[in-house]
Unconditional design. Structure first.
Length: 170
């Protein structure tokens, strides 16, 4: 956890907002661990009908958002910031998410779990919200919050081969 206060970022553009959040989070971690470490910061923002949606403020906002999402599609932008030896690389990954049609009773039950209050867009693909998603166009890892292909390309720009991360596996 970075400990960065997300409310400090007020950008309205989803790409700019996600990238700024990822950068500030990565910088906060670098301040604690030092610049010798490879630090990855990520954050996601849902673009739904041209509006940016991070984490909802409260259950009512989550309910309203989930009602707007049903039967619709949105683009989830995940900002990625990698910092190594003081050098920063920032990239956006975008995945289109197609939401199913779900009734108010299901929305109320989902919001009551608390899960949609903790995540951008008020949904998860890898948790209780997964059944709300009918499909994705793009990297499904991005919807979880970290695009593995994007990260692989970013690390390569630092001269870090993906397979180097496997050294402790097995």
């Amino acid at each position: 956890m970075s400990g960065f206060d997300e409310s400090a970022v007020t950008e309205s553009d989803p790409i700019t907002m996600a990238s700024a959040l990822a950068t500030y989070k990565a910088r906060a971690v670098v301040d604690r661990v030092g610049s010798e470490a490879v630090v990855v910061g990520c954050d996601s923002v849902l673009d739904l009908d041209g509006e940016s949606h991070g984490k909802p403020r409260d259950p009512d906002e989550a309910r309203t958002r989930l009602r707007r999402m049903r039967g619709a599609s949105g683009v989830l932008h995940t900002g990625h910031c990698v910092i190594n030896h003081g050098r920063e690389i920032v990239r956006d990954a975008a995945t289109t998410v197609h939401f199913g049609d779900f009734d108010d009773a299901l929305i109320d039950a989902y919001v009551a779990t608390g899960e949609p209050l903790q995540v951008a867009g008020s949904f998860t693909i890898d948790g209780l919200g997964g059944p709300f998603i009918e499909g994705v166009e793009g990297d499904p890892h991005n919807v979880v919050g970290l695009s593995l292909p994007t990260l692989r390309h970013m690390l390569a720009e630092f001269g870090i081969a993906w397979q180097q991360l496997w050294s402790d596996v097995g």
